[in-house]
Design a protein around this ligand. Structure first.
Ligand code: NI
Length: 393
């Protein structure tokens, strides 16, 4: 039997157990850095298949290790475990028992898939030349993310490559998608306060109007993307909140703006941070107003290593055939897997979960979101195969 056949067969054999685990995790969702029950289930399941376990990494994270008979590289496989503060409306028999919390981003599937990969790999110890490390991390959904904490606590020490996946509702179950290079955006939050001098609305010449100044700032910030970004590149700036003033005839003292900045390259992100301040400073100077700018840095740009992406795509073709492979779209969303990829090469790929016949079409973060569970078998096989193949390379 070929390695591909072995992996497919083991994935099929463990599929019912992977479904069971996913449903148990789905029914008991926990928010970022509160994944206590989930982590306990992960640790217990890993131990039951002979995987060495470390708990309490990054508070609620778990690391599992399988060492092969021969020395070699170390490959990391990552799963995220946290749920979202959403009231579930799927009506599924295994729907959330924790009101107001829901696995609406598929991290229940990611965790079950990570465990499935561990079950498969624990049957293939003879094939493992080196070490496979399973990272079950807390808090992907909430900035600053669990990934940088996992890294700080040594999760990547000695790791040569890393692979991770995310469900996608726009592609059918049974498929996987890849995208080399920059796939997901960096996301930063902007907090701007513009301070003028309050006064009577009918005597503006005695005041400094922060509302007019803020309006100029908002419009000028739009030139960041329209005038300072290569038209072939991507970026977004949005001011999502504006607060200031009380009455028709009063010029207020200050206006507060809050916004988001998304970039697709590290270079443009750094440029944009400087340019935002220049625009605000220039306009405030000309108006005689003062400002405070705070940029809360979110996840960095997610940059897939081109060679590892080609490697993973070829692995998918070998395992499931070319019809199962799609070209993954780039997204303006952010993902903390980006931190791992800043340290070691690897790729983050998409797992199709849609099923039009069964009406499984809701997008992630929707209260009707669910996955076609056939995708669990595909994901577990894929992660296990990638780890073994990467070690042999
Ligand atoms: Ni997610």
């Amino acid at each position: 039997m070929t390695l591909e056949e072995q992996i497919r067969q083991l994935a099929k054999q463990f599929h019912p157990r992977i479904i069971e685990l996913r449903r148990e995790i789905h029914a008991n969702p926990e928010l970022a850095f509160e994944e206590i029950e989930t982590a306990a289930l992960v640790a217990e399941t890993l131990r039951s298949c002979g995987v060495e376990v470390k708990t309490g990494i990054a508070k609620t994270g778990v690391i599992g290790t399988i060492k092969g008979k021969k020395p070699g590289k170390t490959i990391a496989l990552r799963s995220d475990m946290d749920a979202l503060p959403i009231l579930e409306a799927t009506g599924l028999p295994f729907a959330s028992k924790n009101e107001g919390k829901m696995h609406a981003c598929g991290h229940d599937a990611h965790t079950a898939i990570g465990l499935g990969a561990a079950m498969i790999l624990s049957q293939l110890k003879e094939e493992i030349e080196g070490e496979i490390r399973f990272l079950f991390q807390p808090s992907e959904e909430k900035n600053p993310g669990g990934a940088p904490v996992m890294i700080d606590e040594g999760a990547l020490d000695g790791v040569d490559e890393i692979y991770g996946l995310h469900v996608i509702a726009q592609h059918d179950a049974g498929t996987v998608g890849f995208c080399a290079g920059e796939m997901m955006a960096s996301a930063d939050e902007l907090y701007i306060t513009i301070r003028g001098k309050s006064g009577h609305g009918a005597r503006p010449h005695f005041a400094i109007d922060p509302i007019v100044t803020a309006s100029q700032v908002i419009l000028s910030l739009q030139t960041l993307v329209s005038r300072n970004l290569d038209p072939f590149s991507q970026g977004v700036i949005t001011i999502g909140s504006i607060h200031g003033g009380f009455a028709p005839n009063i010029i207020p003292e200050e206006v507060k703006l809050v916004g988001t900045l998304r970039s697709m390259t590290k270079e443009w992100r750094e440029f944009a941070h400087r340019r935002i301040e220049e625009i605000i400073r220039g306009i405030c100077d000309s108006a005689g107003a003062e400002y405070d700018l705070y940029i809360s840095k979110g996840y960095p740009v997610l940059n897939n290593d081109p060679n590892k992406t080609i490697f993973a795509e070829e692995a998918a073709r070998a395992l499931f055939g070319s019809d199962a492979v799609f070209k993954a779209e780039r997204l303006m969303g952010a993902e903390d897997f980006a931190y791992y990829l800043e340290k070691v090469p690897g790729t983050f790929y998409r797992l199709g979960i849609r099923n039009l016949d069964q009406n499984i079409t809701a997008d992630i973060h929707n209260d009707h979101f669910t996955v076609d569970e056939r995708s669990l078998e595909i994901g577990a096989a894929m992660q296990a195969y990638l780890a073994i193949k990467a070690l042999k390379q």
